[in-house]
Design a protein around this ligand. Structure first.
Ligand SMILES: *[C@@H]1O[C@H](CO)[C@@H](O)[C@H](O)[C@H]1NC(C)=O
Ligand SMILES: *[C@@H]1O[C@H](CO)[C@@H](O)[C@H](O)[C@H]1NC(C)=O
Ligand SMILES: *[C@@H]1O[C@H](CO)[C@@H](O)[C@H](O)[C@H]1NC(C)=O
Length: 395
């Protein structure tokens, strides 16, 4: 796996912006290309979009996911953006970026203060050009398990959203090979009820049309809604980027009771509200991982996708972010550094401190990661997984 440390000269900001860039798709599991295949596997659906995003949970993070597409930019920018000539065939290429951005300073006096950092974005989206050499990454095709069957009649089979992946299958899924893998949205056999994350057809059709996506979610009324700062978003992006906020009914009623109702077209500000029914997990944080990690499933034709934690407000134009974090560096994926924590060891402690989840279960998971080879983050190791520009103080 290739992990590239960022060129630190570029990041003189107080906090690191991008900390991990996976530059070589062929050696990572962060992206993929779907090639057309004529064969259909019995219970395996063919999915045109083929990448899956994986990133470390950083509370404050924006992730960008890049996909291939046919006709990407229209209208005004079409003339200024020159697409790779072979883009037609590259419609399902996938890449990812991780980006970080500036959140608001936390209010609590127990927390450190954090301020927005300067990012050297281009001044405007006018003249933005996707580099010709961009997407020169390894390509492979992925398909996803769509449906699982009971193995035998007296099998106590319970369909689940993530399916029933074995550890061996999990291991295989990390390699950038042509393969079929479990990636959520797994249905049970006919007659079984939905495994969750149900969307209405109109929203699905809208999501199907998206080429560039900014998405976020709030489930279980766990947060308030932060609208993108409209004056900082170009008209081009307003016209061409899908800004999708996934909510459950509970959150929608709470927001509505506070005066944030979707308009007739289903928008609250720039956010297009998409209601998710039948949440797949009781734990809202877990459900929130579905749109976060599986945006390539939700937006199967998107070429770029940015994930925004609900704690963050979008204060930059998404196209400028794509230019800065992906195009300018020829990278596929960018992820933000966390403000304070840089290591799973710290994250585990913090999750327990805040009682975010059953502590025994956290320990089990943590032990599992360690048995998988996870080691403590060492900021002085040039090959460390998550390069950080901030001193790791271990607190
Ligand atoms: C694409 O990458 C290969 C090797 O990684 C390199 O030889 C080739 O010049 C690159 N092509 C472009 C257009 O950048
Ligand atoms: C994946 O399959 C395609 C044909 O469907 C083939 O051209 C390509 O070389 C394969 N890639 C890998 C990494 O096996
Ligand atoms: C916490 O997790 C452990 C291990 O997964 C489990 O055995 C236990 O029942 C859980 N406790 C609660 C209260 O859910």
């Amino acid at each position: 796996m290739a992990h590239y440390r960022n060129n630190s000269e570029l990041f003189t900001e107080r906090r690191g912006i991008i900390y991990t860039i996976f530059n070589s798709l062929g050696k990572t599991f962060h992206g993929s290309r779907v090639l057309r295949r004529s064969r259909r596997f019995g219970r395996i659906a063919k999915n045109r979009l083929s990448r899956w995003v994986f990133f470390l949970a950083a509370l404050f993070s924006i992730s960008l996911t890049v996909y291939g597409l046919k006709m990407f930019f229209q209208a005004k920018i079409e003339s200024t953006l020159s697409m790779p000539h072979n883009l037609q065939q590259e419609q399902n290429m996938a890449e990812t970026i991780l980006v970080s951005d500036a959140g608001r300073p936390p209010k609590s006096k127990h927390r450190k203060q954090h301020f927005p950092c300067e990012v050297q974005f281009m001044k405007s989206v006018d003249g933005l050009v996707e580099p010709k050499s961009y997407m020169n990454f390894s390509q492979f095709s992925l398909e996803y398990v769509d449906e699982e069957e009971k193995l035998s009649e007296n099998d106590l089979f319970e369909p689940q959203f993530g399916g029933h992946q074995t550890l061996k299958e999990r291991e295989k899924s990390f390699y950038a090979n042509n393969q079929t893998l479990h990636c959520g949205f797994v249905k049970g056999p006919l007659g079984y009820s939905s495994t969750g994350f149900d969307l209405n057809e109109k929203d699905k059709a809208y999501m199907f049309s998206c080429k560039v996506v900014v998405s976020s979610c709030i489930f279980g009324s766990s947060d308030f809604l932060r609208r993108p700062t409209s004056r900082l978003i170009s008209q081009y992006s307003k016209d061409n980027v899908c800004f999708v906020m996934f909510l459950d009914d509970q959150t929608l009623s709470k927001l509505s009771s506070e005066g944030n109702y979707p308009d007739d077209r289903g928008y609250i500000g720039l956010w297009k509200v998409v209601i998710v029914k039948n949440l797949p997990y009781d734990d809202m944080r877990r459900t929130g991982k579905v749109p976060k990690f599986l945006s390539h499933r939700l937006f199967p034709n998107a070429r770029y996708s940015i994930w925004l934690d609900s704690k963050m407000r979008l204060n930059s134009d998404p196209m400028l972010m794509i230019e800065y974090f992906l195009w300018r560096r020829n990278t596929e994926y960018a992820i933000s550094n966390h403000y304070d924590r840089h290591c799973v060891w710290e994250e585990v402690l913090q999750n327990k401190r805040l009682n975010k989840y059953n502590h025994t279960a956290i320990d089990e998971q943590f032990n599992f990661y360690q048995s998988d080879g996870l080691t403590k983050f060492d900021p002085s190791d040039p090959n460390n997984l998550l390069p950080s520009y901030k001193r790791f103080n271990g607190s």
